[in-house]
Design a protein around this ligand. Sequence first.
Ligand code: AMP
Length: 224
Amino acid sequence: MPDNSRTLTIALSKGRILDDTLPLLEHANLVPKEDVRKTRKLMVDGPTINGTMVRFLIIRAADVCTYVERGAADIGISGRDLLLEHRPHVYEPLDLKIGVCRLCVCGPKELVEKGAPKEGSRIRIATKYDYLAEQHFLKLSVQAEIIHLYGSMELAPLVGMAERIIDVVETGNTLRANGLVEETTMFDISSRLIVNPASFATKKALIQPIIENLREAVDRNSAS
Ligand code: AMP
């Protein structure tokens, strides 16, 4: 096993929120030594802070909470949607206020206009949020058949595979382009800083100032 006591490992998501994440990290002096948007490396070195080497893992968004929960990363940045779906045992000390969107139940306009699914009815839901979908429809006493998809949920109602989807919506452009509308907003979503509880205990002197620097960067973003 590698000696993790002299390193601080930060798990970042590939993709759309990386551009918004990097300026926040820069404010906390956490600058990767390579352009993480371009490199094909999955692990990139960062600065050395008080003798501790920082390194970044560049991984799929859905995997960040797994790496942090298992202590393979000390810190991570994860969407609230994934935290609610996977419920990892991690601390969540800071709302980074980036990647802002909402988790919604959506459906074809003509179906949604007929009204929400009634108590006791059966409905097929295409989603990658199986747990959240199940919980949502359980509360409504609607029998939901969850159809797990990995992306492009919007297609499922168009080809008659599902009556509704549960997905994240930002501008609503993708829904509109596919003739779908929002029926219910389930949660507001943004990216959160997450910390492994054991790392927080053993590396508090390093992690606490990072949280404070990131908090300052978030406040500065909100003010501008
Ligand atoms: P939009 O057309 O702006 O509503 O974006 C919707 C599409 O982008 C959906 O396919 C979503 O899966 C994806 N999306 C939007 N915002 C986010 C986000 N913050 N994180 C991950 N995926 C997102």
